[in-house]
Write a new protein. Structure first.
Length: 809
RNA sequence: GCCCGGGUGGUGGAAUGGUAUACACGCACGACUUAAAAUCGUGUGCCGCAAGGCAUGUGGGUCCGAGUCCCACCCCGGGCACCA
């Protein structure tokens, strides 16, 4: 009997599957329903780590199960290969990002193949290939034509270390998501996507998606819709156009608005437009601009500000109130100015206390305001004709009154900002625009796409906010598509999240050179029914993809408006020390040696067994891996042992029942993505088979069934046993899941639990389906129970058929 | 501060309101072996000789019955955060 040597058989079968094109998916199969299982395509960072195995090899179990259940399953893979880390790594190693990235892709492709996953490599995409990014540029142009891509001068997040602009989503706690440097605010002209124009639908359409609630909530919070009023405070002695506009969610408290606060950004805008501000004020604005977002957040407790030196008119109370400039008001939210209601807003309260500004209560409150504002809604007081109204009623009435006075109206506001997609870095997709001195920015004609990334030698980022592409002097010079005059190409590249916002579309038609994907092929596969990935993408990739999908839909370029109908997040595998794996901690597990020693099947199955897929947060333990390898070894010998002699066809009933039940159970576990309990049921099954059939009573059909149940988890060993040992021609991975005989699922006997006052006292084996009366007489006849009853009658007898009887005494 | 998750043996974890601790890992003992590894078998929540009692973060509650539902609190992880 040969030993189980995983490394040997795994290579063999991987080659076999590839030669037979076993996992290449047809666009159409008349007998099968199409189903795409999407996983987040990897970034080619260099080496495959355990996290990749977790992300790709575990969904593969589901993929294989679907295939066995008659689906035409596409399991595509590709590389998200542009981006900063590649560039930084290339700078460090003094090689070109393209060479570094390509080398990594080659290596990782090989490592990915060692998983034995059912990837369709014929559909592989790579975002750095011109035939891919041509369409990334094309999509940009469609959005530009639709007014959804635009260039604007705004305050943006600037990472001084990476020397590039960052989207809001890429700033975490005031720091660059990539390198951790404190982010600065810079006013720069940037290309933006108008994601805010879909804000409502991005929230409302979440409802119909089969996504984790946590992800939906994260997106809702991120978009941050709030409803309130947009209100104009006129400035006495100034024209209507010089009114100060504010947004508030509490128009019911407007009678308590005792001053206005304007953000430094808005004040600066006024100065630019000719407002004569004093030197102190200018100095304050300059100082607050110097603060990083981080410092600004640290100053929460101690608010600073300065009087603007003039008043505005409260349109409801018709009293003049002072205007202040303070950086606790954000320039980028709402109108950049607020009405301050210190009695009912803690921030305004702190500010009013510090600068001695009046505090006026307009919501009835039994306690005196001491150190805190009363932020609750309630009954209005000191609010003229609105006294006695509830906040919710007053919100409507006051908004209406403002509208009548032409001083305001109902408004929704969002925390979400437009997506800044310009990056001042080399390793990305060039933005297909041309800047002409006479015509301004003009789109590159579609016929000239792709605008290829020039092969620069010096691609280092610059401090001045200009992209390295500006150094490509010959590339830079072009002619204006409109006037034919001399013009320059746009030198910014796109955020890589643009590349990854549409890759799943390309999988349906990866070699199309006339279109990003044909409507017909997209219709066969999309929207994506199921997407596995990491929770870190909740408010980035997942939100961006939804936006691009909605934008393309709005231009009738696709005919669905949500990209991913189902989404499942996976958990994380920790290092053996129980901490998150990281190079600096030195606790990163390299899967390659484990695969070499125990096999891909063992690694896959161990990861599946480790814990619930969606919430795993457990350490990698070698002992656990060995445990699973031991199980596979037992499978190996179990199947071999009984083929040494001749296979017997005797169908023992209990084995048949066990296999049938396992097929049902394991199938249902996989369907629910409970891979860990799926594995445990396989183990249970083998335990039972060994106990009952140690002497070889399984029929050939029963061995077949056993291997089929193992196949999704351990595709190599099951193939080896299927073809080499059982002698089948053709792959086990083309076989259907064992048919389930419902009639065999019924139990012949069940254990009835007997409780007295809810405590377990006895258990008996009975035939299923006993009536309450039958059960009662059996239960009360039990010696153990008689002891508790002491001759008396139970007060109550609770019977759950085939499960339990509870006697209350 | 607000909003989500989650606290179960020595460890990873299992459990439609109905036998808590399945399945593994680890450990102990045993078999095989000159020996070890591998493999196989038995045991393994805690207290107790036993009968029995106590255990799912803590304290209450609902229920015949609570890991599971409700209330309060503690701890851990995550998201958002001067968002008006």
């Amino acid at each position: 009997m040969p030993k189980y040597t995983a490394a040997k058989i795994e290579k063999k079968w991987q080659k076999y599957w590839e030669t037979k094109k076993l996992y290449e998916t047809a666009d159409f199969d008349r007998d099968k329903r199409n189903f795409m299982v999407l996983v987040e395509f990897p970034y080619p960072s260099g080496d495959l780590h355990v996290g990749h195995w977790y992300a790709f090899a575990i969904p593969d179990i589901y993929v294989r199960y679907l295939r066995m259940n008659g689906f035409n399953v596409m399991y595509p893979i590709g590389f998200d290969a542009f981006g900063l880390p590649a560039e930084n790594a290339a700078i460090q190693r003094d090689i070109h990002p393209r060479d570094w990235t390509k080398k990594n892709i080659t290596k990782m492709s090989k490592q990915l193949r060692s998983m034995g996953a059912a990837f369709d490599w014929s559909r592989e995409v790579s975002t750095i290939e011109p035939q891919y990014y041509k369409w990334t540029q094309w999509i940009f142009l469609q959005l530009y034509k639709a007014g959804l891509a635009y260039r604007a001068q705004t305050f943006v997040n600037w990472c001084p270390k990476d020397k590039t602009v960052l989207a809001n989503e890429q700033v975490k706690e005031g720091r660059c998501d990539r390198c951790g440097t404190a982010v600065e605010q810079r006013e720069l002209a940037q290309w933006m996507f108008k994601i805010t124009s879909f804000a409502d639908r991005l929230i409302d359409d979440l409802e119909d998606l089969d996504w984790p609630e946590a992800t939906k909530l994260a997106q809702k919070n991120w978009i941050g819709r709030s409803e309130g009023a947009h209100i104009r405070f006129s400035v006495p002695g100034q024209a209507e156009s010089h009114s100060i506009e504010v947004f508030t969610t509490r128009p019911d408290t407007i009678f308590g608005a005792t001053f206005l606060v304007v953000s430094p950004e808005l004040a600066q805008k006024w100065i630019d437009m000719g407002w004569q501000a004093g030197p102190d004020l200018k100095d304050y604005i300059a100082r607050s601009f110097k603060k990083t977002e981080l410092q600004r957040q640290e100053d929460v407790r101690d608010k600073t500000g300065i009087s603007a030196g003039f008043n505005a008119l409260n349109p409801m109370s018709e009293k003049e109130i002072p205007v202040w400039v303070a950086d606790y008001v954000l320039g980028h939210y709402g109108t950049g100015a607020i009405m301050a209601v210190p009695a009912h807003d803690q921030r305004d309260f702190d500010f009013a206390k510090k600068y001695g500004l009046p505090i006026k209560e307009v919501i009835l409150n039994e306690d005196d305001l001491k150190d805190e504002a009363n932020e609750n809604e309630g009954v209005l007081i000191s609010s003229g004709q609105f006294d006695g109204m509830s906040s919710s009623e007053a919100k409507k009435k006051i908004t209406q009154a403002l509208k009548d006075k032409k001083a305001g109206e109902f408004q929704k506001n969002y925390r979400l900002h437009d997506w800044v997609l310009s990056r001042q870095r080399y390793w990305g997709v060039p933005i297909p625009m041309v800047n002409c001195p006479t015509c301004g920015y003009q789109p590159v004609p579609e016929s000239e796409l792709p605008v290829k990334l020039p092969p620069l030698k010096d691609f280092l980022p610059a401090d001045d906010g200009r992209s390295p592409l500006a150094k490509a002097t010959t590339w830079l010079k072009t002619k204006c598509p409109k006037c034919d005059g001399v013009a320059e190409r746009e030198t910014d590249t796109m955020d890589t999240f643009v590349d990854s916002s549409w890759y799943f579309l390309r999988y349906t038609d990866p070699h199309n050179d006339k279109d990003f994907a044909s409507m017909e092929k997209m219709a066969r596969w999309l929207p994506v029914p199921l997407y596995f990935g990491g929770a870190e993408h909740n408010t980035m990739h997942l939100l961006y993809s939804r936006f691009i999908t909605k934008a393309l839909r709005s231009q009738n370029l696709i005919d669905f408006s949500e990209p991913f109908l189902g989404r499942r997040n996976h958990g994380t595998v920790l290092g053996p020390d129980g901490h998150k794996m990281s190079k600096s901690k030195g606790n990163v597990v390299d899967p390659d040696p484990e695969v070499a020693a125990y096999g891909a099947d063992a690694v896959r199955m161990y990861l599946a067994f480790l814990g619930p897929y969606n919430e795993l947060n457990a350490p990698w333990k070698k002992e656990g891996l060995i445990g699973v390898a031991r199980f596979l070894n037992r499978v190996w010998y179990f199947v071999h042992r009984h083929t040494d002699t001749k296979l017997k066809s005797a169908d023992s009933q209990d084995i048949k029942v066990a296999l049938n039940r396992a097929a049902k159970e394991i199938g249902s576990q996989i369907k629910q993505h409970k891979f860990n309990t799926g594995v445990s049921h396989l183990m249970k099954l083998l335990n039972e088979l060994e106990d009952r059939a140690g002497d070889g009573r399984l029929s050939k059909e029963q061995y077949r069934a056993l291997l089929k149940l193992i196949a999704p988890f351990a595709p190599h060993i099951s193939e080896e046993l299927w073809q080499t040992v059982l002698g089948h021609e053709g792959s086990i991975h083309l076989e259907p899941w064992p048919e389930i005989d419902e009639s065999l699922l019924a139990e012949e006997s069940v254990t009835l639990i007997i409780q007295v006052n809810g405590k377990l006292r006895d258990s008996i084996t009975i035939k299923p389906g006993l009536s309450e009366a039958e059960a009662r007489s059996i239960v009360l006849a039990s010696d153990k129970i008689k002891k508790y009853l002491a001759g008396g009658e139970p007060k109550k007898f609770i019977y759950v058929q085939d499960k339990l009887a509870n006697i209350v005494i």
